[in-house]
Ligand binder design. Structure first.
Ligand SMILES: [Zn+2]
Length: 192
């Protein structure tokens, strides 16, 4: 990883930017081991051989516990215990995520800024909200989002598989993964 800064010069012709390559982040915070560029040291240590960095653990005053590993089946799927199953999971991870979503996002997306030049820009107009809807599906409609957690849960696997195919017709959810994810959420997610 390299950080590139732009060195700005103003001339009669306008502003000229020349890239400044700082190389890889080769310094380590003495408290937490976070990687830093030497240039990120706090100002009072200018020119020192033992620089101090405060962007991470605030000189050791904040101690965060390390992330706990995710529960199964997620850990096994993310670490490739079964290679082909993990490959399928990674390929479809957005679809699996959508299958278990509580809400949908309510937003007016302005897509006209994406004209093919430059990276994709997510541009919204007005307020962004979550659409949660009613707790039970309306007469004749399939359960979706949060409704799937409380409505007809005897058939939750079947209902979620149906939602997966509804989200993306090319997506074929793996029933064992879906069943194991349901168990995982029921065991580990207090909101579920
Ligand atoms: Zn640190």
């Amino acid at each position: 990883m390299h950080e590139t800064c732009l060195d700005q010069k103003s001339t009669m012709q306008g502003t000229i930017y020349s890239p400044l390559d700082l190389g890889p982040p080769s310094h380590t915070c003495q408290y937490c081991g976070a990687l830093f560029w030497y240039e990120e040291r706090v100002r009072r240590d200018r020119g020192t051989s033992s620089p101090v960095y405060t962007k991470c653990y605030k000189e050791g005053s904040v101690v965060l516990p390390p992330y706990r590993p995710p529960p199964e089946p997620l850990l096994g799927l993310l670490t490739g215990v079964n290679r082909s199953l993990s490959a399928h999971f990674f390929e479809n991870i957005r679809n699996y995520n959508s299958m278990f979503a509580f809400t949908s996002m309510g937003v007016r997306i302005i897509d006209s800024v994406n004209d093919g030049r430059g990276p994709y820009v997510f541009n919204v107009s007005g307020q962004l909200c979550h659409r949660i809807g009613s707790l039970f599906p309306r007469e004749g409609e399939r359960p979706e989002y949060a409704q799937l957690y409380i409505f007809d849960i005897d058939n939750e696997i079947k209902n979620r598989m149906a939602i997966g195919t509804y989200i993306n017709r090319k997506f074929h959810p793996n029933q064992d993964i879906v069943a194991a994810l349901i168990d995982m959420f029921n065991t580990h997610n207090p909101i579920v």
